[in-house]
Design a protein around this ligand. Structure first.
Ligand SMILES: [Fe+2]
Ligand SMILES: [Fe+2]
Length: 286
């Protein structure tokens, strides 16, 4: 399968050395990253070799492979068509049906929320393979060897910046992928920063992201009266759209910020309610 695809790609792009170099560059980087992150090398290679299969085809030609829904859905960002048309050809003409590979190819242009590891590796490799000359390429590529998620985040942000600079329209998937790489972790760092600024004591952040469906992080910290009120008013300003409610006044303040639950205790109450003991085995971020 890989041999046949490779031969077809070499032939298809024989008059476009630049595109061919890019495709082979993506393939090389994807193989390296996939072996680091435990992704199937065969899947990685097929995704890499095929991802830009229809890149040089006219939009009219590509539309033949797209449903009416997709044509409409991406009409303002038709550069996204080539991911979907390539996936369709791979599926229909090569009879290849691995959904992870097909999905990675479909969304390699815009990214999306909940990308698979393979999808992230394709997205990052497409953005940063060695033939890419833009200024973040080398940085993202180096980062990818250390931390795939961080590299994916940088690639998503970098690509969105390019779109903005060119004055093009952002696709909803791009906005969602940006939110998915940015939202919670940034919200958490804002909350943490505000609490640290008012000098709460013994701040602990428990990570429930994978284990609790209702919230992602649970924070406890020790306060005095002044710090408690200061923390509440600062958080109400800093993350006002996230705060669902605030409860309690002295001794124990509960702030429900959607994905983050914050409990601020005075010393005595903290000992009394004993959350530190209850969450002893829970993974901590701080
Ligand atoms: Fe592409
Ligand atoms: Fe590409």
């Amino acid at each position: 399968m890989i041999k046949k695809i490779k031969k077809d790609i070499m032939n298809r792009f024989k008059n476009d050395q630049k595109r061919l170099d890019h495709i082979l560059g993506v393939n090389e980087l994807m193989l390296e990253l996939s072996s680091i992150y435990g992704v199937s090398l065969e899947k990685a290679s097929i995704a890499a070799l095929f991802h830009d299969y229809t890149k040089n085809d006219s939009l009219e030609d590509q539309k033949k492979y797209l449903s009416n829904y997709l044509i409409k859905r991406y009409k303002d960002t038709p550069q996204a068509y080539h991911g979907f048309s390539a996936a369709k050809i791979l599926e229909d003409f090569y009879h290849y049906d691995d959904s992870e590979v097909l999905t990675a190819i479909k969304y390699h242009v815009t990214g999306r929320k909940n990308m698979s590891k393979l999808g992230k590796i394709l997205f990052v490799s497409d953005y940063s393979e060695k033939n890419r000359t833009h200024k973040e390429a080398a940085f993202v590529r180096d980062l990818a060897y250390q931390d795939l998620d961080a590299a994916y985040k940088q690639a998503v942000i970098g690509k969105i910046n390019h779109v903005n600079q060119k004055g093009q329209v952002l696709d909803k998937n791009q906005v969602e992928s940006l939110m998915s790489v940015n939202s919670n972790i940034d919200l958490l760092s804002v909350v943490q920063g505000e609490l640290e600024d008012v000098k709460v004591k013994d701040l602990k952040i428990f990570d429930f992201e994978k284990t609790n469906p209702f919230y992602d992080y649970f924070i406890i910290a020790t306060i005095n009266d002044r710090q408690g009120q200061a923390a509440v008013s600062r958080l109400k300003k800093a993350i006002k759209n996230e705060i669902r409610h605030v409860e309690g006044k002295t001794g124990w303040i509960l702030i429900d910020a959607n994905s983050i639950i914050i409990h601020l205790f005075k010393e005595e109450e903290r000992t009394f309610y004993g959350f530190d003991q209850k969450f002893l085995g829970v993974k901590r971020i701080k």
